[in-house]
Design a protein around this ligand. Structure first.
Ligand SMILES: [Fe+2]
Length: 390
């Protein structure tokens, strides 16, 4: 095994985390340890063409038979999951390996459940109802190529149901990956706008988790680590794909945010971001990026102290400021970071039409994140925040 690769376990997740340059190659041992002889790789088209993937497949030759399902779309759909599940059954897969951004990993997790029961995914289009998996799901391994969702260590899978245009969060312990492979060399494959959007998604996870009604000392420790890490590494990681220290820093920041938000859930920004993706195809991280400062301003009064702490974590000198003033620096610092890395700033800029706001507000209010947001939210409040972000 490569000596730069290390393995860690955390109290917050059953997923074993293997990290460092060369982690993907060394993950053969993880598969062998699970007794896997055949596995299905789930990825998108761009990852399917990467030399990293071809190298991994050839490394596994004679040890694990790998087949590639490259039909995981950005914001994966129930149709993607059905197709991946069918391929998994045809090829006799005993495990599913998600390689890619959050979309590919989420698709892989759902495929792992779909392989065991044809049509399972179609029965999950039930907003507000718990995800049901009462059959054997395949073990999952995830290797992120973006530093954003932290899907590699959590039990969530976000799937868009094409029939109803609903984007729902599946959540079940069978969807926890057994093994997460954090290889920073994989992050160099993502284009700059993807690195930026993913990084701001990770930041949104940390900010929302930090003030969630379910936040505790342990979750705030992880969220704080993420906020500091994103402020430090995102400008470097966005601007220079080959800055491996920054890529590894972002990979870590995204992963630990997930340890926090898997317990706390998220809040107003994620509730409101889902309809932007479902109705207008706005990438998840971009949707969060345009909504985050506005969602933070809406929540400020619920916990001025926490927002003041976040301002400090983002690098603002808050000494001498009143609680109100210090807290208000947090959304301003997020806006400054977004401007520095060149992220989109308004919903209009990313193709959202104002006449959809009422429909989007109805959908946002269905999200489970509403219940943990630190400030009560009404449909009218959500409409006002959408209008501010327009
Ligand atoms: Fe997210």
């Amino acid at each position: 095994m490569n000596e730069t690769v290390r393995t860690e376990c955390f109290d917050e997740t059953p997923t074993r985390v293997v990290s460092g340059s060369g982690a993907l190659a060394s993950s053969r041992a993880c598969l062998a340890g699970m007794g896997i002889a055949k596995a299905l790789i789930v990825c998108g088209e761009s990852v399917a063409g990467l030399p990293h993937l071809a190298e991994f497949i050839s490394l596994c030759e004679g040890c694990v038979e790998l087949h590639v399902f490259s039909g995981a779309q950005p914001d994966p759909t129930d149709e993607n999951v059905l197709a991946g599940g069918a391929m998994g059954r045809e090829t006799g897969a005993q495990a599913v390996i998600g390689i890619g951004g959050g979309s590919s990993m989420d698709c892989a997790k759902a495929v792992a459940a779909e392989v065991g029961r044809e049509g399972w995914i179609s029965a999950q289009d039930r907003p507000g109802e718990p995800t049901q998996i009462d059959h054997e799901a395949l073990p999952i391994m995830c290797a992120p190529t973006t530093a954003g969702t932290g899907s590699e260590v959590n039990p969530f899978s976000v799937i868009t149901f094409t029939g109803t245009e609903r984007k729902l969060v599946l959540n079940h312990e069978a969807l926890y990956p057994r093994c997460a492979v954090l290889d920073p060399t994989l992050l160099t494959t993502a284009p700059e706008p993807v690195r930026i959007a993913a990084g701001l998604d990770a930041l949104t996870h940390a900010v929302e988790s930090y003030v969630s009604k379910r936040a505790n000392e342990g979750t705030r420790k992880w969220a704080a680590q993420t906020i500091r890490g994103v402020a430090k590494y995102l400008p470097r990681a966005a601007g220079d794909a080959q800055d491996m220290q920054a890529q590894a820093g972002m990979q870590r920041a995204a992963m630990v945010a997930s340890l926090a938000f898997a317990q706390t859930r998220l809040g107003i920004v994620h509730a409101m971001a889902l309809p932007l993706s479902a109705l207008f195809g706005v990438p998840h991280g971009v949707a969060n990026a345009v909504l985050l400062p506005h969602g933070m301003r809406y929540n400020l009064q619920a916990d001025l102290g926490a927002f003041a702490e976040m301002a400090e974590l983002l690098g603002v000198d808050v000494e001498g400021l009143s609680a109100d003033e210090a807290a208000a620096q947090a959304p301003a610092a997020v806006e400054a970071l977004a401007a520095e890395v060149g992220a989109p700033r308004t919903m209009g800029e990313v193709g959202v039409q104002a006449d959809a706001i009422e429909r989007m507000a109805d959908d946002a209010m269905q999200s489970a994140h509403v219940q943990v947001n630190p400030r009560e939210m009404s449909r009218e409040d959500v409409i006002a925040v959408y209008q501010a972000a327009m």
